[in-house]
Design a protein around this ligand. Structure first.
Ligand SMILES: [Zn+2]
Length: 150
């Protein structure tokens, strides 16, 4: 049973999807420490990427595994109630993600998706963290690939 008013639900949803979540802050700190400078939630870039590196024409999105339906990921659970509601929600998110990816491609802005579970693992495992940070840096500096997910 849905006991929230539409207003309360909206508030809840925006809280869940809010910016400055732990994975975003963690990633920012790591890249800042490596000397990278970026804009946060750049309003004028399609999709408002979490991080935007103008110097490298690169946008980074930190994707929550649940909201963005990370395939084969244990955090991408499927709610068992109100399935129609959730399926519509997930479809909308997927469509938006695809649109953003295509638009950025047309604008020659490289697009890197980093999943929430990757960041959780970076926090737990220092060697994994170093490996992922290297991959991120390679992607940022290399212009031969314009889309990647980590
Ligand atoms: Zn995941």
């Amino acid at each position: 049973m849905d006991i929230l008013t539409p207003e309360q639900r909206h508030k809840n949803m925006s809280a869940i999807r809010s910016k400055n979540t732990f994975p975003e802050i963690f990633l920012r700190k790591q890249l800042f420490a490596l000397g990278y400078r970026y804009r946060i939630n750049a309003k004028n870039i399609t999709g408002h990427p979490d991080l935007y590196f103008r110097k490298y024409n690169t946008a980074i999105f930190v994707h929550g595994c649940f909201w963005h339906r990370h395939k084969n990921c244990r955090y991408s659970t499927s709610p068992t109630t109100r399935q129609d509601f959730w399926n519509k929600k997930f479809e909308t998110n997927k469509k938006r993600d695809n649109f953003v990816k295509e638009e950025l491609g047309k604008q020659n802005i490289k697009c890197l998706i980093i999943w929430e579970c990757t960041i959780k693992n970076m926090k737990k495992d220092p060697e994994f963290k170093i490996r992922i940070l290297k991959e991120i840096q390679n992607f940022i500096k290399n212009n031969s690939v314009n889309f990647m997910e980590l």
